[in-house]
Design a protein around this ligand. Structure first.
Ligand code: SAM
Length: 215
């Protein structure tokens, strides 16, 4: 078995990736910072072995920080899916920078993804930092999880970030989704001042790092 890359080394690689050039507020575009992405992915691999030798789906991939990190930790295949063409252009350049032939991209609304997948093309692991489902996108955070779960094979597992304020909501949803749901960590997410209405240079919000395991 290949040696697991150190978390710090992974973070340094992810720091080199390009982020959104013109983030779109309606799509809730803000990238996962390198240190949070590295923390998430390193935990997924070191504690659960859910990346190496796995088929991984990066849902709402944006500039593909999570997908590229998954490939660097040994995923055999990664598919990044996003609705936004410009985000996927940045992803393509990021993927080329690392010469990763195992990462593919598809442009589509997550809502149409399950119909595009056959049983044999399902995934072992889903990683995502979906829209928080605020303002115009109410409920989109839950919808991303539901769709991610539909794209998993039996016993597949989904990792996601959600606002801590929605923790009770996800605990209530879990039995209906037939998953074992666990908050692995509570993180402070420094949302950069991406949009004009943010007056401070960055805003800290509490975010839960979740693991949803299909029963
Ligand atoms: C919070 S950003 C996260 C980006 C990336 N996963 C990361 O961790 O840096 C959410 C992403 O979801 C994408 N998105 C929003 N609505 C979507 C939809 N309906 N279908 C597919 N992608 C969507 C946005 O374009 C954006 O790239």
């Amino acid at each position: 078995m290949a040696k697991l890359m150190k978390r710090k080394e992974l973070e340094q690689h992810l720091q080199d990736l390009d982020g959104f050039t013109k983030p779109k507020i309606l799509l809730e575009q803000y990238e996962t910072r390198a240190h949070i992405a590295a923390c998430m992915l390193h935990t997924i691999e070191s504690s659960y072995g859910d990346l190496s030798q796995k088929r991984v789906l990066d849902l709402g991939c944006g500039c593909s920080v999570l997908g590229i990190g998954s490939a660097l930790l040994g995923a055999t295949y990664v598919l990044g899916v996003d609705i936004d063409e410009e985000a996927l252009q940045i992803s393509t350049s990021n993927i080329n920078q690392f010469e990763l032939s195992e990462v593919d991209l598809v442009q589509c609304d997550v809502r149409s993804l399950p119909q595009l997948l056959s049983e044999t093309s399902k995934f072992d692991t889903v990683v995502m930092n979906p829209p928080f489902g605020t303002k115009h996108n109410k409920g989109l955070d839950s919808l991303f999880v539901e769709i991610g779960l539909q794209c998993l094979s039996d016993k597949g597992v989904l990792y996601s970030l959600h606002k801590t304020s929605t923790r009770d909501h996800f605990h209530r949803k879990a039995p209906g989704w037939k998953v074992e749901a666990r908050v692995l960590a509570q993180l402070r997410y420094d949302l950069p001042a991406t949009y004009k209405f943010h007056s401070k240079s960055s805003v800290d919000i509490e975010v839960d790092f979740w693991r949803f395991l299909k029963k």
